[in-house]
Design a protein around this ligand. Structure first.
Ligand SMILES: [Zn+2]
Length: 292
């Protein structure tokens, strides 16, 4: 805050705390530049009512949106990232982790646990892009493997919500290994006829898109989400070809059969609950009871 004084006469009036609080009440939409009242934005699931821009939700907000109130039971919270390679770029990895923990009030880029969705019990993993770009390191991989194993043992459907820039480069090869580990765990789960729902949000790219994100029995995406492996510019430079418009958007991928459905955030919980009930009905009609 700035306050100038000359001859004891204030020239600029110091903004009071109310002005600051008011500034925090508004958000500028990056899609249409409109100033949006935060209360209205929050009532509209963090979607711009003017241009439909989807603001990014963190893992807690997603859990609040999808799970029945008070049903989320966190699991595997004890794992914390380690600086295995003693990696430093423009800051140390240890420092980066510390900052991410403070910023997100979480200890990793994924929250895992169990919850119910309209009464259906599931194993759920929700990534948080705000934690080092939702990158997948050893802990994210380990939590997904454990969650998937739990879903296999307890015969629970599995839902993983992805929001990630890819593998965590500060963990080098150890992070890339997680692609094989998570894919293997999901393969074993699917062999046991478990249902895996993959929900892709903006952005889902790199090693995450090349492993568990695209292995879902049902793959759902949010409107306008960027989904792909390498960036469009890298592909254009490598192939020396112009890419089609809207390449790597959820809309493009659904048209080309790479994902099953685009679902609006406001009906996401209902759609997932409906898929879960189809699954349960299917199983009971084969004489097998799920979710006991
Ligand atoms: Zn907008």
């Amino acid at each position: 805050m700035i306050s100038f004084k000359k001859n004891n006469t204030p020239k600029i009036v110091k903004p009071g705390p109310n002005l600051e609080a008011e500034a925090r009440d508004w958000t500028k939409c990056p899609g249409c530049r409109a100033l949006l009242y935060n209360k209205h934005l929050s009532e509209n699931y963090q979607i711009c009512p003017k241009c439909n821009h989807h603001f990014r939700l963190n893992s807690r907000e997603w859990l609040r949106l999808l799970s029945d109130e008070g049903s989320f039971c966190p699991l595997f919270e004890e794992f914390e990232a380690e600086d295995i390679l003693e990696f430093t770029d423009n800051e140390t990895y240890v420092e980066r982790i510390k900052k991410a923990c403070k910023k997100t009030n979480a200890n990793e880029a994924i929250q895992t646990g169990t919850c119910t969705i309209e009464g259906h019990k599931i194993a759920i993993g929700v990534m948080n892009f705000h934690f080092i770009g939702g990158s997948m390191g050893v802990v994210v991989g380990e939590k997904i493997v454990r969650l998937t194993t739990l879903a296999t043992e307890q015969k629970l459907p599995l839902l993983i919500l992805s929001a990630s820039g890819g593998a965590r480069m500060q963990e080098g090869m150890f992070s890339l290994l997680q692609m094989a580990r998570t894919a293997g765990a999901i393969g074993r789960f699917q062999k046991e006829n478990g249902l895996y729902l993959s929900l892709l949000t903006h952005p889902t790219t790199g090693g995450v898109s090349a492993s568990y994100a695209f292995l879902g029995d049902v793959i759902i995406a949010e409107p306008q989400a960027l989904i792909g492996f390498a960036g469009a510019r890298v592909i254009e430079q490598t192939t020396r070809q112009k890419l089609p418009p809207r390449f790597q958007t959820a809309e493009f991928l659904v048209e080309h059969g790479q994902i099953d459905k685009i679902v609006e955030r406001k009906v996401m919980k209902k759609v997932i609950a409906r898929i879960l009930s189809f699954y349960q009905e299917g199983w009971s009609s084969h004489g097998v009871k799920k979710n006991e």
